[in-house]
Structure formats: C-alpha cells, structure tokens
Design a protein around this ligand. Structure first.
Ligand SMILES: Cc1cc2nc3c(=O)[nH]c(=O)nc-3n(C[C@H](O)[C@H](O)[C@H](O)COP(=O)(O)OP(=O)(O)OC[C@H]3O[C@@H](n4cnc5c(N)ncnc54)[C@H](O)[C@@H]3O)c2cc1C
Length: 401
C-alpha cells in the first residue's frame, strides 16, 4: 500500500526508528529472533518492557489519562510497522492488550488506580484463566467454582492452556458463582495473585518442545471480593469485552510483513543445483506473491478495525474477521518459510536456539527457529477462540444469519 506521509508523520516515523535501533540491545534482538512462540524469552521481554515503559511507548493504544502516548491511528500504525521491522520482541498482550482494557472498561476506580500503572510498567505479569479441561469453545460451561465467604471468595477447580502462568504474578479468571440459571449468567470475573496459598502451576510442553503454557489448580484459594471486576454473575459481559481486544486489538499485519520479508531472504540465498535462487522458481514466486496479496487484505481489515476503535473505543465483532484471516496468513507464512529452508528444517536444535548459546548451529542462525515456529503457529487458529468459533460469531453478529 502506498501511503503518502505528511512531514510530521515522516518525522515521527524517523524518531520511532531511531529510538528502536538505539535501544534494542543485541541480546534482546536475539531473543526476539529466536523466539518460537508469540512471546520471546521472558527475561528479555521484561527488560524490553521496562525500556518501552520509560520511553512512554509500552501501550500505544492506551489513552493519555492512563499513561498512553496519545497517538492517532496513523501514528499507531507507523509505530507497529517500525516495531516489527526493527525485530523488537512483542510485549505480553495479556496485561497491556487484554486485562488492561477490561479494567479500563469495567473496573472500579480503585482497580483502575491500582492495576493500570502496574500493568503499564510491567511490574505485574498477567495470565488468563478462561479455559478448563472440557470448557474451551464452550467457555460458558466452565466449572471452576467460587463460593462467597465473608470478604473473600473461595476458589476450587482448575484452568488449562494457561499461557505464561509459570511467569505470572497475577491471573484474570472466570469462575462459576451460580449454577441455577443459564450458564452465562452464573460467571464472575476475578483478579487473583498467583502466589496465593492453594495455587499450583503444572507445566505443559508442546510439540515444538517449548514450555509456553500450563494447567493451574486451585485448592481453597481465597480471593478478596474487592478483586471482582463487574458485578457478581455478570463476568460474561467483561469476558466478552476482553475477548474483542484479544482478537482484534493488536497490530498483526506489520509483524506478518516482517515475517514474509524473512522468508524472502531465506529463499534468496537457497540455490538449486543450477545455482538458481529459490526466489526465481515459478511455483515459489507465485506462492510468495499470492501470500503478499492476502497479507494486504489483512492490513486493510486492520486499518478498518483501528478506525472503529478510534471511533467507538472497542473493536466490535469484526475483530473475529481479523483474528481468522491474520492467523490463516500467519500459518501460511510459516509454511512458506519451511519450504524456503528445505532440509535445514529437519535438525532439532533447541539448545543452540537459547539466547547466548555458543554451540555451533546447523544452517543459518535465523533458520534455526523456523520449524519450531511452524509447529507453534498451528495453535494460532485455536487460541483466542478457534477459527471455527470466529466464523460462527461472524455469521451471527456481522452477517446477521
Ligand atoms: C497456544 C495456546 C495458548 C492458549 N492460551 C490460553 C490462555 O492463556 N488462557 C486460556 O484460558 N486459554 C488458552 N488457550 C485455550 C484456547 O482458548 C482453547 O484451546 C480454545 O478456545 C479451543 O478450546 P479447546 O481446546 O477446548 O477445543 P474444543 O472446544 O474442544 O474444540 C475442538 C474442535 O472443535 C471445534 N468446535 C468446537 N465447538 C464448535 C462449534 N460450536 N462449531 C464449530 N466447531 C466447533 C473447534 O473449532 C476445534 O477445532 C490456549 C490455547 C493454545 C493452543
């Protein structure tokens, strides 16, 4: 897309580019480059979060009253594009992009004053306790129970697939507080501290070898009632509001474009026996161009949603469209990367991939994470609500079927 930038925007773009280039240390860049899940190594991500916070850029879409930079949609877009181009690690969206907006939209004044500054600074690290064994797509069937007891709730049950629970200081959580009516009408939204007595975090290792998520067990865990967001039994309203941000609130196209540029580089240096670059092969070049077009459609959808957020403060049901299309393109990008690296996708090199490792790797360093990332990207059409469920939402809420 050709965007004619005003002088002010060009200056802004230059300032962002200069800052990122000057502030990204080699270790942080390396952690981002070698990451195989949506989040880079935790220590490097936290270090980068602090740097972004000091600069006032940790939460580009937050309003200034809560510490955001006050950028308009075009500035946010340019920032996201520069951020992806620089290869900066993604800050965890669980606080800044999910529970932060939920507290802003539905929290009490005391909750806003206490939690938002800590989310912004990265002092608190969040995880999301929605899914349970047996309650994923059918989230409203969740069983984790909270019973009022004096000034507290007492929570018993379990949550699963909890990304980052092993690093988190806090969890936002859906619990059942009523079993009598419609399932959706008996759910409450709680904020809890992960070091509360009675919480146990058990790791789950995924196909690519990463430890990204966990199962979390609650055994008589006391959570103060003042940690409830919204009314008792009205947690479903808060949960749905938050999911709109999870599915549509962040910039995807810029990161996808950076990923595709990486594929182009890998294909450029891969040669067949005649010395011809893979990039020049008709089939590969066709797939690359087709994907570039798909990516541009994601970019336009993203712009539309950003305009909606600017107008109405929330992404709305069209965020399901963005979630579906962007994850499909994300998976296609990692499939093409696998084609580009060919046999170099076969060696399993988890130790060589660790930040700071001095083991000699097989193949180029930037190709070492391609297979693990490809495997991890299969999850993209499942997390945040599977793409089948997103299509159901679009059918109902967007098409009115
Ligand atoms: C990498 C990763 C990270 C995650 N992180 C978190 C996290 O931090 N916190 C959290 O709470 N959860 C997390 N999840 C869980 C995620 O939200 C669920 O996996 C997802 O909602 C699907 O639920 P499920 O796994 O129980 O599958 P199921 O609901 O059992 O679905 C199985 C299959 O059936 C299809 N299906 C189900 N119902 C329908 C329907 N009505 N119409 C059409 N098709 C249907 C689904 O699309 C899917 O293909 C994560 C998942 C992954 C993979």
């Amino acid at each position: 897309m050709d965007i004619a930038l005003s002088d002010e925007l060009r200056t802004f773009q230059g300032q962002v580019r200069d800052f990122l280039n000057a502030s990204l240390t080699p270790d942080i860049r390396e952690a981002a480059r070698l990451s195989t899940t949506i989040l880079a190594e935790h220590g490097a991500t936290q270090e980068w979060h602090k740097i972004m916070f000091r600069q006032g850029w940790a939460a580009p879409s937050w309003p200034t009253e809560f510490g955001g930079p006050g950028w308009d949609p075009m500035q946010r877009y340019l920032f996201a594009a520069e951020y992806a181009r620089a290869g900066a690690p993604r800050l965890s969206p669980l606080g800044l992009g999910m529970v932060g907006p939920a507290i802003k939209g539905h929290g009490s004044e005391a909750q806003k004053a206490f939690y938002l500054p800590r989310i912004l600074s990265g002092e608190d690290v969040w995880c999301q306790g929605y899914s349970e064994p047996g309650s994923g797509s059918d989230l409203a069937s969740l069983q984790c129970r909270a019973v009022p007891a004096g000034d507290d709730y007492i929570v018993n049950g379990s949550k699963t697939w909890t990304t980052n629970a092993h690093h988190a200081s806090h969890m936002f959580c859906l619990v059942r507080t009523d079993t009598t009516g419609k399932p959706q009408a008996g759910i409450t939204f709680l904020l809890l501290e992960m070091d509360s007595p009675g919480i146990r975090v058990a790791p789950i290792h995924i196909l690519g070898g990463d430890h990204e998520f966990n199962q979390v067990f609650f055994d008589d865990v006391r959570v103060p009632r003042e940690n409830r967001v919204g009314a008792e039994n009205d947690g479903w309203t808060v949960a749905k509001y938050l999911l709109e941000f999870e599915r549509g609130g962040s910039a995807h196209a810029a990161a996808l474009r950076a990923g595709l540029a990486g594929v182009r580089q890998m294909a450029q240096r891969r040669r067949n026996s005649d010395g011809q670059s893979l990039l020049a092969e008709h089939g590969f070049a066709h797939d690359l161009s087709a994907l570039e077009i798909e990516l541009t459609t994601v970019e336009f959808t993203e712009h539309r949603i950003m305009a909606d957020i600017a107008k109405r403060g929330r992404p709305g049901p069209a965020s399901s469209m963005l979630k579906t299309r962007s994850t499909e393109v994300q998976q296609a990008v990692s499939e093409l990367a696998m084609q580009a690296i060919a046999y170099y996708g076969a060696p399993h090199q988890p130790q060589e991939r660790l930040p700071g490792a001095n083991l000699e790797a097989i193949g180029q360093r930037d190709e070492m994470s391609v297979t693990a990332r490809y495997l991890n990207d299969r999850a993209a059409s499942i997390y945040g609500g599977s793409n089948e469920i997103q299509r159901n939402i679009m059918a109902k809420m967007v098409l009115g079927l």
